[in-house]
Design a protein around this ligand. Structure first.
Ligand SMILES: Cc1cc2nc3c(=O)[nH]c(=O)nc-3n(C[C@H](O)[C@H](O)[C@H](O)COP(=O)(O)OP(=O)(O)OC[C@H]3O[C@@H](n4cnc5c(N)ncnc54)[C@H](O)[C@@H]3O)c2cc1C
Ligand code: SF4
Length: 475
């Protein structure tokens, strides 16, 4: 521990967003860069706890007090080595992780937690700037071949780990670009896509082969893949969107969030979306149904497109400002947060349920009828919802975006052809070795875990790579 009084000397420093008017005029990174002295001081706040709960809470098991201290000492090179030991892509988590580690940081019991995520991002950004992120191709090759389906964070992490074990690795991606939800789900203003491209250069230089525009189960049969490779990893995500069951769902002007977000990401890449297919919030009153990450991304994107008004509907109640009694440290704090997109505008309405979608004579959505709900615990302690009498209201709208989550893996095509077992929740079932019911076929990331986080996708990809390595060693 570098500075035993660091946490008494320095307060927690937050990242500062660019002025809202400025950032709404573009799709660039929301946050301003941080100076080195601030990061060093933030590293000094770490108490190097005997039991570092931050490290325990991190799905990757990042050794956080270690790199905090190295940053305090100014040893950026070893901080990067330590960070990369457990995380292939700290730039993705450094930008996008909710930072489960910070929720568990002991300092938060009496002070504010260490800014672990900011420190992580500065270590990797410095690493790239100083040319320290270099390809690490394998020294010896095993002659074994692994196919990976899907190029999201799970597929990419597995690919890098497996390649470094010396296997031939080929990644099959149905989209025209690599990255999964990092590329086409998450908006440019949260993760500029040049950050993915920069990392891809390393993966290609290490010898990973990427095939884009290839859907396994359609362009290549899943059985051919199993025949041609020694092991197959399914990392296709959890892409079946949860739909709204309500009268008027068939009206025009109602879209899944992913369709809307994908198009904007395509435009940011310089692609032209055919006008007949284009979904735009410009000049529209937008209602986003679903108040999670995806919903917030729809808000920020709608505001940048020039929406007249943006309202988010969330079925659950507004979280408390501080931890509730049933949510003690070191659990993840379920408290009210304001993501950058909500800082930029729009209104959030909690405890609200959509009753029906109202259309005009041309079949276009013009309003939503909704009702307020109350949440109470029943005798078994389960949360139960009931409508608040006479609380119905109607809100005009021209565009409705459905951001209500995902219900598991897409089942047609690849999954159907492989015939692998699914869990009751609709994800691909795996055993403790990440293997599916079909020998030699593994699954990782949202496809096996269900809709989750980037940090979990990377952790699952790494675990699957380890298990595939063990399987290939016995084959
Ligand atoms: C809008 C949105 C915002 C999010 N924001 C955050 C955030 O801020 N922080 C965070 O931690 N998490 C966030 N998440 C969650 C996070 O993005 C996912 O948990 C993560 O990307 C899952 O990674 P994955 O590799 O398992 O799958 P994905 O990223 O979904 O990638 C799967 C890939 O597989 C491809 N594929 C599927 N089937 C086939 C096939 N048959 N053949 C070929 N290719 C196929 C798909 O095209 C896709 O590219 C967000 C999710 C969404 C939808
Ligand atoms: S819990 Fe917080 S203070 Fe303790 S080691 Fe981790 S980051 Fe440092």
């Amino acid at each position: 521990m570098g500075d035993v009084e660091g946490f008494l000397k320095y307060g927690r420093a937050e990242l500062h967003g660019r002025p809202v008017e400025e950032r709404l005029a573009d799709y660039h990174e929301v946050y301003e860069p941080v100076d080195e002295q601030t990061v060093v001081q933030q590293g000094a706040r770490c108490m190097d706890c005997g039991i570092p709960y931050c490290h325990v809470a991190c799905p990757l098991g990042n050794y956080i007090p270690g790199f905090n201290d190295l940053v305090y000492e100014g040893d950026w090179e070893n901080a990067l080595t330590l960070l990369h030991r457990d995380n292939n892509f700290p730039e993705f988590t450094g930008h996008l992780c909710p930072a489960l580690c910070e929720g568990a940081c002991s300092l938060s019991l009496s002070f504010e937690p260490v800014t672990i995520k900011m420190i992580e991002l500065q270590i990797i950004e410095r690493g790239f700037a100083d040319g320290r992120v270099r390809p690490q191709p394998p020294h010896t090759l095993t002659g074994k071949r692994v196919a990976i389906v899907g190029s999201g964070p799970a597929g990419l992490a597995a690919a890098q780990q497996l390649r470094r074990q010396g296997h031939e690795v080929e990644v099959f991606e149905r989209a025209d670009r690599i990255g999964g939800l990092l590329r086409y789900g998450i908006p440019e203003f949260k993760l500029e896509k040049k950050i993915i491209d920069r990392r891809l250069e390393q993966l290609v230089a290490e010898g990973i082969v990427f095939h884009t525009g290839v859907e396994v189960g359609k362009d290549v049969s899943a059985d051919d893949l199993c025949r041609d490779f020694d092991a197959v990893l399914l990392a296709g995500g959890s892409r079946k969107p949860r739909d709204l069951v309500a009268e008027g769902r068939e009206l025009s002007g109602i879209y899944f969030a992913m369709d809307f977000l994908t198009q904007q990401n395509q435009r940011c890449e310089g692609d032209v979306v055919p006008p007949d297919d284009a979904i735009s919030a410009e000049g529209k009153r937008v209602i986003v149904i679903g108040g999670g990450d995806t919903g917030a991304d729809c808000v920020g994107t709608s505001l940048r497109q020039g929406a007249l008004q943006v309202t988010s509907f969330e079925l659950l109640p507004q979280p408390p400002l501080k931890r509730a009694k049933d949510n003690p440290w070191p659990e993840w704090p379920r408290v009210f947060r304001t993501p950058s997109s909500h800082e930029e505008g729009g209104e959030r309405i909690y405890s609200v349920q959509t009753k029906r979608l109202i259309g005009d004579e041309r079949g276009r959505v013009v309003a939503i009828e909704a009702v307020k709900v109350n949440w109470q615990r029943d005798a078994q302690g389960r949360m139960r919802m009931e409508e608040v009498p006479d609380s119905n209201f109607t809100m005009p709208c021209d565009l409705v975006l459905l951001a209500m989550g995902f219900t598991g893996a897409e089942r047609n095509g690849m999954i159907e052809q492989l015939g692998v077992d699914l869990t009751p929740g609709g994800t691909v079932a795996t055993n403790t070795s990440k293997m599916t019911s079909r020998p030699g076929v593994f699954a990782a990331g949202d496809m096996s875990r269900g809709q989750s986080l980037i940090v979990w996708a990377i952790a699952e990809g790494r675990e699957a790579a380890k298990r595939i390595g063990e399987y290939l060693a016995q084959a």
